[in-house]
Design a protein around this ligand. Structure first.
Ligand SMILES: [Zn+2]
Length: 217
């Protein structure tokens, strides 16, 4: 009985976000397991439309939130056109230290996403596992990336994705102290805490059947 109660308490503590948050990286026909093919991505979006499931900005969490990590250049060439065609929105987490490097967005590209009405958040400066870093380095990664994004976009940026979904309570608190309002992680840690929100990862291996199950939960 006691064990059951403890388990229930733990579950209710973590909970789930008010709406599902999906975690993508790249979209394209070649690439690693985190690169979803253009055909599969289009089928997933079309299925959402057919089901009457709306996307919403992460900050509103009123519909399914589509998030894209790392700031790869296909965000502009493939992801946004597919979203805009269907009147959808997405949230893009940028590694500020990688902007302008081969395969990644330039600052003009990041600004273009922002202008297109997409949400932009931080994915730190160098993409480390924050849980493995000392407090001062964690703070640096969180504060410096936020500051750079705000300088480039000329508006506040208060969304964060923890690299590798790596987060611990002290990292979560550092995100709050750095001024983030919402932060997303993965299935291992995340829950309904606005600074440690559960996301479900979609990969190249995710079948349409699995995708439907995720959204119907
Ligand atoms: Zn990442």
């Amino acid at each position: 009985m006691r064990v059951v109660l403890v388990a229930l308490l733990l579950c209710s503590c973590r909970g789930k976000p008010a709406a599902p948050i999906l975690s993508y990286h790249s979209v394209g026909d070649d690439g690693d397991e985190f690169t979803v093919s253009e055909t599969a991505f289009a089928r997933q979006l079309d299925w959402l439309v057919a089901q009457g499931i709306h996307t919403s900005p992460l900050r509103e969490l009123k519909g399914v939130a589509l998030t894209f990590d790392d700031g790869k250049e296909d965000a502009l060439t493939r992801v946004v056109p597919a979203l805009q065609k269907r009147g959808m929105t997405g949230t893009f987490f940028v590694i500020t230290g990688m902007v302008g490097k081969p395969g990644f967005l330039s600052w003009d590209g990041v600004r273009a996403l922002d202008k297109a009405g997409m949400e932009i958040g931080s994915h730190t400066v160098t993409h480390p596992r924050l849980a493995d870093l000392p407090d001062d380095k964690v703070r640096e990664e969180l504060v410096d990336s936020k500051r750079e994004l705000e300088k480039q976009l000329r508006h506040p940026v208060d969304l964060l994705a923890y690299p590798y979904n790596s987060v611990r309570p002290r990292v979560r608190d550092a995100a709050r102290d750095a001024g983030y309002r919402m932060a997303v992680s993965g299935a291992a840690h995340g829950g309904s805490d606005p600074l440690d929100l559960l996301r479900i990862t979609i990969t190249r291996a995710t079948t349409m059947e699995q995708f439907e199950q995720i959204l119907h939960k």
